[in-house]
Design a protein around this ligand. Sequence first.
Ligand code: UP5
Ligand code: MG
Length: 195
Amino acid sequence: TPSLKPQVFFVLGGPGSGKGTQCAKMVEKYGFAHLSAGDLLREERDSGSETAALINQCIVEGKIVPVEITCQLLKKGMEKQGWAAKRFLIDGFPRNQDNYDGWSKVIGDSVDVPFILFMDADEDTMIARIIERSKTSGRNDDNIESLKKRFATFRNETMPIVELYETMGKCRKINGLRGIEEVFADLETVFAGFI
Ligand code: UP5
Ligand code: MG
């Protein structure tokens, strides 16, 4: 019997690897729900809530916000979209062991995670994309200083989570270096059975 739990697909990859771009295409073509942890955190920061200063400091330093904050935002976001029998793409989370443990505790078995996507790209490509995007993004972490810190955090804290899913046989690695449409064709292959 098919599971009635919502399905969650985490989307991980370095800054500029194309997480947001590809998720938007899955929303448009297949009606997936998409939650970007980074977008939710920027929204929360801009709301001026009591956690705003802490969130902003983490973002500029490329550090990872405590999971209690991020997980609550994700949970609220999922509830807002309608929790039941949905396919969620959660982009940019879980980024470290603290994120993984916090999610397991709060959400855990109430959803299925069939697999995660790992958007693979080299740093030179990602730097070029982010520097180009910085002309219009308005993001205060789209500068070379913050970017270097984001890469270090990705390598040291997020890659071990990618590897954790890999050892569970639940990581689908995507070559993110090609054009947007070619990358998307790979996603469609990987998601066959869910679309
Ligand atoms: N582009 C995309 N794909 C392309 C392709 N195939 N060919 C050519 N160009 C391509 O893409 C980036 C740019 O590249 C765009 O201009 C796009 O057109 C082009 P995008 O899809 O935006 O890449 P993405 O991987 O989403 O990059 P992003 O910068 O959003 O990744 P980050 O992981 O750095 O940012 P995020 O928003 O997830 O997190 C920001 C910060 O929030 C973190 O550093 C951290 O401080 C905090 N955070 C947490 O603390 N906890 C969380 O759980 C999440 C975030
Ligand atoms: Mg993004």
